[in-house]
Design a protein around this ligand. Sequence first.
Ligand code: HEM
Length: 250
Amino acid sequence: MAITGAALFIFAVGHLVGNLQVFGSPDLINNYAHFLKSKPTLLWGVRLGLLACVGLHIASAIALTMAAREARPDRYAVAATYGSTTSSRYMFLSGSVILAFIVYHLAHFTALLPGLNGTMDFRKLTTELHGEQVADVYAMMIIGFQVWWVVLFYLIAQGLLFMHLGHGLAAMFQSLGLRNHVWWPRIEGAARIVSLALFVGYALIPVSIYLRMVGADYATKARLRVAETGKAARPEVVAVEFAGREGGGR
Ligand code: HEM
């Protein structure tokens, strides 16, 4: 559980760093996404590795829960707890919602299932990079997070990820035999700070997009282009075309 959890945590940090590029120019994140997709061996290696980690992590969680139930088949008469935090008691629940979120997230941004995003067909959002038509991941993220219930679901999942990591990161050290009375309070404090930093980083993306602080004009132009022609192009090109039409008509 600790080792697969550590691998998933490393992915979560790397994924956040990649996603924070949405605060830069559209080409920045589009280039990054295109680079990843142009390396299928690396991409599928990481995907299969992640899938194995998620599977083993869940299998360990089920085994641990069953072992705990076997150790104490009768429920306590009084539901009082001592020495455990709320996060530690709800690990199975928070983990299950995070899993449901990941399934939704993959359908939303990787499989691009149009019926699930509450807005439009993301497959139509493409842009030109180095003379090639590629997926416009920037436009997809901006348009995707202009939908209130999508933002709400992401925030709930990220809140639960914060709770899950707050306990999980510290517990990982204990599972690996690295707990002692001097280091434990420091490990717990560091786990809280790191999980909070991850929460703030992840939450910043949907919130600032929803509040139209990032990319709103770009998204409007990308949408207009798809609505008009059914094809996608660089939104800057659309802007020039629209300006031309306003001056000279169709
Ligand atoms: C604001 C939060 C997030 C944003 C904006 C975001 C964005 C994205 C995007 C755009 C993709 C698709 C990449 C592509 O196919 O080009 C993706 C894939 C993925 N995301 Fe996220 N993500 C977020 C949070 C998370 C979280 C919290 C997790 C897990 C803990 C996660 C796990 C994944 C996984 C497993 C993939 C599939 C990677 C692949 O294609 O192999 N994401 N994400």
